[in-house]
Write a protein that binds this ligand. Structure first.
Ligand code: GLY
Length: 373
């Protein structure tokens, strides 16, 4: 692999500026890119157990630069973002004899990235970590921007920290082993980026989305880089989510409540919940006179065209109580001083943060979504 075939995007934060490296088979040649970060250092790879067959390739590559490499496997699934695993990983990593220069590598999707980042942020009062996201969703969203954390019984990601990685390796080929549902789940976050601030990108997705999902490598890489650039741009302006970064939560207030209601039992993937959440955000925008029916129709059409769900009934009939969804929404981090923030589209490519939306309007929307099933 020629280094020249690797594209990069820089994420500028207060903690550091770091690069996202995009390319094919990056995992195989991780040592070439990571040499300057990991040379002569102790490395601990935290990997998703489903990646056991690919782990060996990464270990061989990292071993060429690092002084020693240990790997620890974690089960797939949102339930792994737990206090138990935080404790398990901290004790196990300390036992390997790490020092403050040691580096953790997160090798997996969002669950592994969030958990590893949080462990890195507290171990020895903070050590460095590298993200190697292996799902489309984590490549375009969770691996960038330094949000780390675990879940509480009261909701998702309620315990965590901001801790930026020192580098992100985004391997296009690794996505080829994902099933179409997982790819679509990541694609939902890509659409989200376009809806927040780039109408031209949405138009591009309308034209090319199906081929991105089918696996056209060139288009896929182009759209992942574009989504990462939008996210990096937002993070540069508002790393700690005092304002604009909250726009990245479009569809997430509804989405997280849906996932939490279902207790992360695998019925729904994160991107599917976000996809339904985005459509609900557009419907809320219409109810509050922020956005046109035409824009909702275009977004719904694109979701239908590519196969993303637009309503809960397409995925499950397990959700019966609008009031419980509403209660879960209020536990979300997006509430501040008891007031829930909503990300409301004003048109495709433009959203704003709204507080004080009449709860009756939200409950009526939830009733329509759930009782109509
Ligand atoms: N996933 C939303 C954010 O990183 O802010």
């Amino acid at each position: 692999m020629k280094i020249s075939s690797i594209k990069t995007c820089v994420v500028e934060t207060k903690e550091r500026h770091y690069k996202i490296y995009f390319g094919n088979d990056i995992v195989k040649k991780a040592n070439i890119i990571l040499d300057r970060y990991i040379k002569h250092k102790s490395i601990v790879i935290i990997y998703d157990k489903v990646l056991i067959r690919k782990l060996n390739t990464l270990e061989i590559s990292v071993s060429k630069a690092a002084s020693n490499v240990t790997s620890i496997g974690i089960n797939s699934g949102e339930n792994s973002k737990s206090f138990n695993n935080l404790n398990f990983l901290c004790e196990k990593i300390i036992k390997t004899g790490i020092d403050r220069k040691s580096i953790l590598i997160a090798f997996g999707g969002g669950v592994i990235g969030d958990l590893t980042g949080f462990v890195a942020s507290v171990l020895l009062r903070g050590i460095n970590f590298i993200q190697i996201p292996t799902t489309m969703l984590s490549q375009v969203d969770s691996s960038i921007g330094g949000k780390t954390g675990i879940n509480s019984i009261f909701g998702k990601n309620l315990i965590g920290s901001f801790h930026q990685p020192i580098a992100v390796l985004s391997d296009a080929n690794i996505l080829n082993s994902l099933n179409s549902r997982e790819i679509l789940s990541g694609y939902a976050e890509i659409i989200k980026h376009s809806l927040i601030q780039d109408k031209n990108f949405f138009l591009w997705l309308e034209k090319n989305g199906k081929n991105v999902i089918k696996g056209n490598n060139k288009l896929r890489t182009e759209c992942i880089i574009r989504a990462c650039k939008i996210k990096s741009d937002i993070i540069k302006k508002d790393e700690f989510e005092f304002g604009q970064r909250a726009l990245l939560n479009l569809g997430h207030t509804f989405g997280h409540a849906i996932e939490s209601y279902l207790e992360y039992d695998g019925t729904i993937l994160h991107g599917e919940a976000v996809s339904i959440g985005i459509i609900m955000a557009f419907k809320l925008a219409i109810k509050t006179n922020s956005c046109s029916q035409k824009d909702l129709d275009s977004v719904t059409k694109h979701f239908n065209d590519v196969g993303l769900p637009v309503s809960l009934r397409q995925i499950t009939d397990k959700i019966k109580s609008p009031k419980k969804i509403w209660a879960l929404m209020q536990n979300d981090k997006k509430s501040s001083e008891g007031i829930l923030k909503f990300i409301i589209p004003s048109k495709i490519g433009q959203c704003s943060i709204k507080r004080n939306i009449d709860p009756e309007i939200i409950l009526s929307l939830l009733n329509e979504e759930i009782k109509n099933e």
